[in-house]
Design a protein around this ligand. Structure first.
Ligand code: MN
Length: 291
């Protein structure tokens, strides 16, 4: 099942994509004071049948929103989780975490976060503050959506806590990332987390074998498979939940493969008018223009 959050005729809905992929059937779900997407996730994970659906609206007539409106915490991100990207990051001179280029493979997962306020939808515009940054970069990533919360989740149980998957662009201002040492500011600029187009439920896909691709203005820049993650999804969930309680609706960006702008020499940063398209097999694609 592919479940989107979208705006249609000035109101926000949760809806299920039809078989032909061109219409969304809205779901009426009462979630007083809460997030209807999270209420739906909890209901489906409890084995209840999906709620009744209204008459479908054409995908072309809606604005897709980030599938989760407001996670309980920042978007959790994994740094340097593909070896080829860890190597390019190390060579780029932007990596303050490696003491020398030869230690670019992390020994334990590197966990950081993006403020949840920077989430935008599948076709919304990325709006860098050009007075503060000239080094805006893209990072295509598989996003994991937590469905069942928990603390101290063991590897073997990890997938039982996952509701589904989505595409994420971990947009990053490299100059701010370097200037402020900590990555938070350079990663958390408003609009710097495009996400969507929807959540595909875990029963439909194999997250250990997904093609992750990114194009800038039609040129293929990133092309990898999630089988090459250094730390897989169970390892990531086990690591994070050792420290903090995961909640339904929490979002984990699993790391980007090689081919980001700083992987080129000279670096190839994003400019006004550039179009970044990210596609993940079995999930879908997002496409955002930089303004
Ligand atoms: Mn990233």
């Amino acid at each position: 099942m592919k479940i989107a959050r979208f705006e249609y005729q000035n109101s926000v809905h949760i809806g299920v994509l039809n078989q032909t992929g061109d219409a969304l059937a809205p779901i009426a779900l009462e979630a007083p004071g809460g997030d209807p997407m999270i209420a739906l996730m909890e209901r489906l994970l409890a084995g209840a049948p999906p709620p009744e659906m209204g008459s479908p609206v054409a995908l072309a007539d809606v604005r897709l929103l980030s599938p989760i409106a407001r996670p309980s915490k920042n978007v959790l991100c994994i740094g340097k989780n593909y070896a080829a990207h860890a190597a390019e990051f190390s060579r780029s001179g932007y990596d303050a975490t490696a003491k020398q280029p030869s230690d670019y493979i992390p020994e334990a997962p590197i966990i950081f976060s993006k403020a949840a306020g920077c989430l935008i939808g599948a076709h919304d515009e990325i709006l860098p503050p050009w007075s503060a940054t000239q080094e805006v970069d893209y990072e295509a990533e598989l996003g994991v959506i937590i469905g069942k919360g928990g603390r101290n989740i063991a590897r073997a149980d990890a997938y039982r806590h996952v509701f589904g998957y989505t595409c994420i662009n971990d947009v990053t201002a490299r100059d701010l990332q370097a200037k402020h040492k900590q990555w938070l500011l350079g990663k958390s600029i408003d609009t710097f987390c495009p996400m969507g187009p929807w959540i595909v439920t875990g029963d439909e896909v194999d997250p250990a074998n997904m093609e992750v691709r990114c194009w800038v203005n039609g040129e293929l820049r990133q092309d990898a498979n999630t089988r090459d993650l250094i730390f897989d999804i169970p390892a990531i969930i086990e690591t994070i939940s050792t420290s903090m309680t995961l909640q339904p609706g929490d979002i984990i960006a699993t790391g980007t493969p090689a081919g980001v702008g700083i992987g080129f020499s000279p670096p190839r940063f994003l400019r006004t008018g550039d179009v970044v398209r990210i596609a993940i097999s079995g999930v879908g694609e997002i496409c955002n223009t930089v303004r």
